[in-house]
Design a protein around this ligand. Sequence first.
Ligand code: BGC
Ligand code: BGC
Length: 669
Amino acid sequence: MDATPRSTDAAPRSPSRRAALALGAVTALVAGTVGVGAAAAPATPASAPGHAAAKDRGKPAYLNPRLSTEKRVKDLLSRMTLAEKIGQMTQAERANATPADVTELGLGSILSGGGSVPADNSPEGWADMVDAFQDGALATRLKIPVLYGVDAVHGHGNLYGATVFPHNIGLGATRDPKLVEKAAHITAEETRATGPQWNFAPCLCVARDDRWGRTYESFGESPRLVSQMAVAVRGFQGRRGQLDNPDRVLATPKHFAGDGLTTFGTAAGDYTIDQGITIVSRQEFARLALAPYWPAIQRYGAGSVMPSFSSVDWTEDGVGNPLKMHAHSELLTGVLKRRMGFDGFVISDWEGIHQIPGDWNTQVRTAINAGVDMAMEPAQFRQFITALTEEVEAGRVSMRRIDDAVSRILAQKFELGLFEKPYTDRRHLDEVGSRQHRKVAREAVAKSQVLLKNRGRVLPLSKRAPLYVAGSNADNIGNQAGGWTLTWQGGSTNVIPGTTILEGIEDATRGDVTVSETAAEPVPSDATGVVVVGETPYAEGFGDVGGPQWAYDPGDNGVPRPVKDMKLSAADQQAVDKVCTQAAECVVIVVSGRPLEIPPALLSKIDGLVAGWLPGSEGDGVADVLFGKKRFTGRLPVTWPRSVDQEPINVGDADYDPLYPYGFGLRTR
Ligand code: BGC
Ligand code: BGC
């Protein structure tokens, strides 16, 4: 869509007036009279006395839902000042912006960063907060509704009481695209019912090196598998034309592209791989990074896309010439918008523009000219507006580019039905975290469990056998939910409503259960041991192997979380060793965002080994497969290495020698 302010067919009722308005805007722009903050002030003849006459002739065309989105966009665009247009291209964070800022600046969008929640973190609290920002938007001259975005990456995880699904790595293990679509639909319903109409998901990252802290956000290492799971876009948005339903949200395939393909050691600061450099040939890039975006865009019509923080370095050009994805016009405009035909809008990642080389105005100009349509500027939204205004006035960003960006944003707002129903439709509010939703999550958990070893057919377990349950992740719902749960980094003390794996086991068994997290209690020799071990939560580069420590959550009590190493902690290893030596038989469940190293000496003592991933709020899904209520059917979405030194290791490698290959998974009857 490339609407220009002068197009006359955009104004079926009064073409001449529309053209005059557009000219007014352009004239004002050239004269430099339209600046930041002009959104609420009369800047064009539209708010002059002549407006009353327009009212008499009925509503402006853009408010007529019977007209096509294209016509409505053109009409609205023709009425907008430069300041109003740039406002639409700007997104601020809820903690840094007020509804009054939305009115003053005409902000197009507000987001909640990870853990950025209203004081009343309830479904009603969320809906009230979003509606308050909407009040601010509807107080503007043109009443363009604000779009509210969140990271509902495994359910509406910021919201207390939401259904929390397994992270994508577990969903990849299910090999069940229908289930993934259903989970995304439920997430969309819980999200939209509480206000936000926009989800920064799904991650279509193809995780090629599990040392990456975002591996769990990936459906797997195979571009084919990730492409199948791109159906999540339809789960969020529905089929074409359903975006205005009260149970749908705008989807955002991210992070375009190559986020899971960066080379270890190329990241900036304390990160080791996240946001680093993707060094491959164009052909490999197309195969491993771009592939999932084709179905996401052409088949499912994704309405927005988020570029990656990472850089791309085509190897044929020689190493040492990396270009940030936020500045990559060849990929953002040439490939995504032109070749793939993406007609939604590009939202920059969190201050992603700041990582482009150069001064602030250069960064802003470069990103917008490369194809970024809306800027996620959590704190510096005013500075963004100032810089972009200057760049347009200086002629370094064209009005054509601005109009294209704004048209794309407005089109999605029309498709979402926001002009007709700007406020939260709360009819599904009671379904947040409902039994029905949790049932689907539980099913996803059961299907995501991958059985890696089953010596002597230890699994399924008998319901009558005495059990001895140990390990750091047996009874910790924060650990089993992982990052992006209540807070950005997640946490061991982030308690959400749901069921831990231990609680699921206790509900399922009729035998005696002894519980001892550290396995300090004596282990009865006739007991079956279940040891649930694994990682503590993290997000993004804080999960990189050898990455930085995180100690900012109150629940951490100032104790930094361990630097990640893809290994079992000493305490977990001791618990496994003791229980598996002393119990009659033992099952180990690894709860983690990626494969962890299992030393051979330890593995030989384990009878049953399960990859549990990050199941989320419904731990009873794990018990369902442990006790044979459901069969084990999950298959590895990533290769399970013998040691972390084998990373990166992926199916198809020449010297492929993993502990368990991609696609592996035993079944039970
Ligand atoms: C992440 C994105 C996320 C955004 C907003 C960024 O740090 O890379 O995936 O959507 O923050 O929370
Ligand atoms: C926010 C996240 C964001 C991150 C980026 C955090 O403070 O909560 O949403 O992705 O910062 O650095």
